[in-house]
Design a binder for this molecule. Sequence first.
Ligand code: NAP
Length: 430
Amino acid sequence: MALRVAVVGSGPAGIYTAEALTKQSPGPVEVDVLERLPTPYGLVRYGVAPDHTSIKSIATYLRRVLEAPGVRFLGGVELGLDLSVDDLLTCYDAVVYCTGAMVDRRMGVPGEDLPGSVAATDFVNWYCGHPDAPDFTLDAEDVVVIGVGNVAVDVVRILAKTADELRSTDVPHNVLTALAESKVKRVHMVGRRGAQHAKFTLKELRELGDLLNADILTFPDEVACADLTELTRQIRGNVDVLQSWSSRVPENRPRRLEVRFWLRPVEILGVSHVEGVRLERTRLDGRRVVGTGEFETIPADMVLRSVGYQSVALPSVPFSEETMTVPNVAGKVRDREFVAGWLKRGPTGVIGTNKSDAAETVRTLLAAVTESPREVRVDDLLRERGVRPVTYPDWLAIEQAEEKLARTLDRGERVKLVGRAAMLEAIGRG
Ligand code: NAP
């Protein structure tokens, strides 16, 4: 008899959990990776920017896990809609929740919901071809991006690049067309603290300085930093790069990027649409960001709020509104229920961080759970409810359709299909 485990979510945390189960379990194990979308890989497919091909290649590692004996992918199956927690606990010896952090954090300023004020999560979903993403046209000339993390850097880079630079990537074709027609001229990326506090990493920051189509600049006063000796190498690197941009002479390239610091948004301005962002200059009082009472307005036709992701509660699963995570001890939530990834620890770290995180959860799980006879099979429950999961071979058919589309459009190795209908058609269920 095998230990049966349901992993909910097929992003990196879910797949690393499946891998850890197959590697750590002393006996046979059967892992079903359940996913509400028809496609696996979560943020690797719908979060990593199309031009970051080396990070996207993590999918090659993740696919080997889905192809391992004892592991199954069941796409198009949603917890709370198709199956309940009780169903899972009936069919499996243990359940691991790995649904990540799917929505944007709020800034809590007036005007945040004006048309033209967009969550970076939605924008990223759009250019990554997420089936639930809204559509965008890039009519804006001035864009303000709030936040100085790696997601902000990604959206700034995608806004600044030409469509030609992205043509060989897997970016959906409707997105490539919108980027080719983009009217964006100026992008302002705004941090509420100093250059030394920015969350982006050096490698990602440097890419902005190498953009062919955009001048980049910073302001000397805003990137000044009194004492660099106390800073880590990574942060010193960020500050050095940002300071070097303050003396760059603009070359009249079609786009201009300004990286601004010590400014916090106090209001998104506009009547029926975004017209600008009112910002207050800041300083630190200890570790607290406080306003100085000096204000500045940056005109904008589009505001991208890139202030972090957050998790959402799963039906009938404990959730802390304070930490926006599932309360757990080393991954254990309740008897036979576990959690891994961003839902466990919050949206921080690189993709690889989820590997050690999942390994911890699986150690806890294997110490707490043993296999026992389970009479109800999830396949039977799903069949009774008229749910036909997207299987791994179905997913391979979607991949093949994406490769075919790339050949038809004379673009790169693959072009993402957009929308569930196109994906279902690719697996013969159109
Ligand atoms: P993040 O790294 O947490 O950055 C969020 C940014 O928003 C920070 O600059 C933060 O400033 C700012 N912020 C938060 N609340 C704000 C507010 N109310 N007003 C103004 N600014 C506010 O989040 P992220 O960029 O979404 O990235 C999430 C994770 O994914 C990170 O671990 C990131 O490294 C990872 N990621 C990695 C890559 C890559 O490796 N290429 C790409 C994308 C994402 P404070 O610091 O002052 O709070």
